[in-house]
Structure formats: structure tokens, C-alpha cells
Design a protein around this ligand. Structure first.
Ligand code: ADP
Length: 160
């Protein structure tokens, strides 16, 4: 049976921290489904479709990565797809409390899905979508934090 991980998040936009987690996961799983949550924040910087497109462009050469969007409960989506493993990334201890709550809540909702956590490499510890947006929209250079398609998209956004 193929081992598949579901990697959910806002990805507004995808950063090299997220990319690092996907690449690590591909060493353990046969396939990673990156799932963009479209109902979490009401006013994202990039629309659901834009976020999906940016992730697809980032992994254009990686057939083992599938990119989808979903709304509603994550565990319902996982069940619908028959995926039993949800992947989340951990940066620092500060991520732990929220992720612990999220995983515990989801476990109460269903026993069918397990959460696993991967640690990003040190150079990405401090990278977050919100900080990247902040830097980019104020004219800063974000090439070391996000994949090339996102650099271009943020540049276009800053100029508009
Ligand atoms: P959410 O709003 O669901 O937290 P994010 O897009 O911010 O969505 O993050 C999705 C997942 O990726 C989360 O598990 C988050 O902890 C993880 N993540 C975010 N940034 C990084 C990073 N720099 N390195 C590793 N994991 C990260």
C-alpha cells in the first residue's frame, strides 16, 4: 500500500520552511498531499487558487506531490480521501502548544487519523508566512525565504 501524508496549512504563501518539510516527508512517504485550507482566515493575502498555483509551481518537477484545497474539517477531508496520516511542521517550542492542541482536538474528533510532526532545518526555524509577507510588502528581499514563484508573486503584489 502506498504511504500517503496529508500536509494541511494556510500556505499564505508557501515558504522554504514548508518546502523543507515536504522534501523530508518525501523520504518517508510515497506521496505528499499538500492541502490548502481555504476557510481558516477570512482575508488571506493570496486567494485559495493563488496559493494552490504557487505550491504547484514550486513542486512542478515532483510528481509525488499533489496540491489540493479543502474547506471544512481536516479530519473529514482526510477520511474522504482515505488518508490516515496528517503531517505538520515544527519550528520551535513555541509551535508545540498549538500543534498539541490541534492534534488532541482532532484525535477527539476521530481515532482514524494520526498526526506526525517533522522538524524543519535550522535555517528555516524563524521563517513564517506572515513575516515573509511583511518583509515583501515593505519592499524587502525575500529570495532566501520563499521559492522563486512566490518571490515573483510577492513582488507583483508589492508593486500593485
Ligand atoms: P497554519 O495556519 O495551519 O498553521 P501554515 O501555512 O502557517 O498553516 O503552516 C502549515 C504547517 O507548516 C504548520 O504545521 C506549521 O507549523 C508548519 N510550518 C510553517 N512554517 C514552517 C517552517 N518555517 N518550518 C517548518 N514548518 C513550518
Amino acid at each position: 500500500m502506498r504511504k500517503v501524508a496529508l500536509y494541511p496549512g494556510s500556505f499564505d504563501p508557501i515558504t522554504l520552511g514548508h518546502v523543507d518539510i515536504v522534501e523530508r516527508a518525501l523520504q518517508v512517504f510515497d506521496e505528499v498531499v499538500v492541502a490548502v485550507a481555504v476557510n481558516i482566515r477570512k482575508t488571506p493575502t493570496f486567494s485559495g487558487d493563488e496559493r494552490v498555483d504557487l505550491i504547484r509551481a514550486t513542486f512542478a518537477d515532483e510528481p509525488r506531490v499533489e496540491v489540493v484545497s479543502f474547506s471544512g474539517l481536516l479530519v473529514d477531508y482526510a477520511r474522504e480521501r482515505g488518508i490516515k496520516t496528517v503531517l505538520r511542521g515544527l519550528r520551535a517550542v513555541s509551535d508545540f502548544e498549538f500543534e498539541f492542541q490541534l492534534a488532541s482536538m482532532n484525535r477527539r474528533l476521530t481515532e482514524e487519523v494520526d498526526f506526525i510532526f517533522m522538524m524543519t532545518s535550522e535555517e528555516h526555524f524563524f521563517v513564517s508566512s506572515s513575516l515573509v509577507r511583511e518583509v515583501a510588502l515593505n519592499g524587502g528581499d525575500v529570495t532566501q525565504f520563499v521559492p522563486p514563484p512566490v518571490v515573483a508573486a510577492l513582488r507583483a503584489r508589492a508593486e500593485s
